[in-house]
Design a protein around this ligand. Structure first.
Ligand code: FMN
Length: 176
């Protein structure tokens, strides 16, 4: 079975997960910009991973416009997947026909505010103002607290072991 792991990452955490997954499955690793939509049909299974930016999944249009034979998605964001409801993100990023069919995994990335480009730094400052608003810290939900707690810092939550459910899913559900 020909498997491709395709990723889109700004700062490397999604790339890191894609590398771990490709290595575990002995799959082809490709950066999204190097893939043309017609190349997608070369693969029996595409695992697409995109970083989360303001609730958008980077580069996702590659696989939503021209869905592969089999597709698995993963997202990488700062929020803790165990405490995050991704339904709105998936509604926004996936067309209805894919929304209920595609298996999606969520991994935790990281951030180094020193390395952010000026646009991203500005976006984070706006998001901080919007998150806090007139609220007190005790009124914030877990997701909002995680954002405020890490604001301006360097944090890395990437963990190789976190890919295990995705690898197991492929082993159990995909006929290789
Ligand atoms: C401008 C901006 C917006 C972001 N929006 C989200 C978001 O909506 N949800 C989330 O969980 N993380 C968000 N993040 C955090 C990134 O998803 C996180 O840093 C991720 O690890 C980045 O992936 P990358 O290193 O592959 O680019 C945002 C980060 C920036 C800089």
């Amino acid at each position: 079975m020909k498997i491709a792991v395709i990723y889109k990452s700004h700062y490397g955490t999604t790339k890191q997960y894609a590398e771990w997954i490709a290595e575990a499955l002995d799959a082809k690793l490709l950066e999204r910009s190097s893939v043309k939509s017609e190349d997608i049909s070369d693969y029996d299974l595409v695992i697409f991973g995109g970083g989360l930016y303001a609730s958008g999944i980077l580069g996702i249009n590659l696989v939503t416009k021209n869905p592969p034979k089999e597709l698995i998605l993963f997202t990488v964001g700062l929020a803790n997947p165990e405490e995050t409801d991704y339904s709105k993100i998936l509604d926004k990023n996936l067309p209805a026909e894919l929304r209920d069919q595609v298996k999606v995994f969520h991994f935790r990335g990281g951030i180094d505010y020193k390395k952010l480009n000026i646009v991203h730094r500005g976006m984070m400052a706006v998001m901080k103002k919007m998150t806090i608003g007139n609220k007190d810290y005790t009124q914030l939900n877990n997701e909002e607290r995680a954002f405020i707690d890490t604001y301006g810092k360097e944090v890395d939550f990437t963990k190789q072991n976190d890919i295990t459910p995705l690898i197991d899913y492929i082993k159990n559900h995909i006929d290789r």
